[in-house]
Design a protein around this ligand. Sequence first.
Ligand code: PMP
Length: 390
Amino acid sequence: MKFAKRVAETQNAGLNDLYTAPDPQQISFAGGYPDLAMFPQAALQVAMDHAMANPAAFQYADSWGYRPLRDQLATMMQADGIKTSGEHILITQGAQQGIDLTARLMIDSGDGLVVEAPTYLGAMAAFNQYEPTYYEVPMEDDGMDLVALKKILMTHSVKMIYTVPDFQNPTGAVMSLEKRRALVRLANQFDVLILEDGPYRFLRYEGTSLPPVKSFDTQGRVVFLGSMSKILSPSLRLGWLIADPEIMAGIEALKGAADVESSALIQRGVTEYLAHVDFPAHLTQLQDTYRDKRDVMLEALHRFLPADYTVTEPNGGFFLWLQGPAGLDMTQLQRDVLLPAHVSVVPGRNLAPSHTTQNGARLTYAAPAISDIEPGVRRLAAALSHAAAR
Ligand code: PMP
């Protein structure tokens, strides 16, 4: 069968590296999953029961999403610094669909698209379908390198910049306040859309939250994506997109064409849930759990890692970045050394279009049991030391 070109593009995204053969002894620092014990199962069950009592929960509705949910999310996002209202929020199937729809709106084959290096693998998988010309901007401790970005914008035609400013996947970095402002100024100057992907915003473990990039938007050129995946449950497939009217009109039409609408049942269930629980208290519980796990992982990494490896120290989110010596191929190490030692990471090679990040890896502390973290890090460190000695 001769598949469309976009199929090959998508298969090349390197998603396969994430899925390793099942190994019951393995301690995985790979998949960006929430902690299974943290899903508020009982409260969601009560909320879903309420929602199901109404026949409208089983009917078609509209592609914008359920208005009471959009209003609740608007209240949450207003408190977080974005001036918006339910009218300007569209419900998506997770942030992933927001990435896909925004790319579909903006990118024709060959159009310039800036991504952070490294960046979120799933975003590239979505972008690849539209055959962009990628430009990479290196990540720094305080977000993407804006000097490098400016050089690109001055010399190439770019339509969109994709960024994860809060607890970036995969480095855990947070973009500084000054860079957030400067990023919007650059986008205004060069007439570029900013796609701000914020699924980890509400998972800050210490320090003060910085306003979203969208809050500095003066020309309606920032699209903000939120998600319930990391703060409630990924199986709900519930995300939201905030954009100004011109962009939103295009997105809404594309959403209808893609899947008509998101599930009314799920949206009504989540609306009930948010109306009846203390959601900030739930977030605090998540923050406490993940902060402890992060602390255990960082302490173990600092104790056991070989001296020529460094790690980032995130203040939130799910991930940190392990950087090995120059020339190292983390993909090969994973296959030859880590998997046989029953431990796994996400090798960095496919986390940037040019594969320049191959000596790094993404580690998560969110999913593994807290009691597995130190033993897993010991395995990882021993395997890396052993490989270096060979
Ligand atoms: N963006 C980023 C940065 C992510 O890390 C993820 C999940 N790994 C997503 C989007 C997709 O999340 P969702 O489940 O909301 O589609």
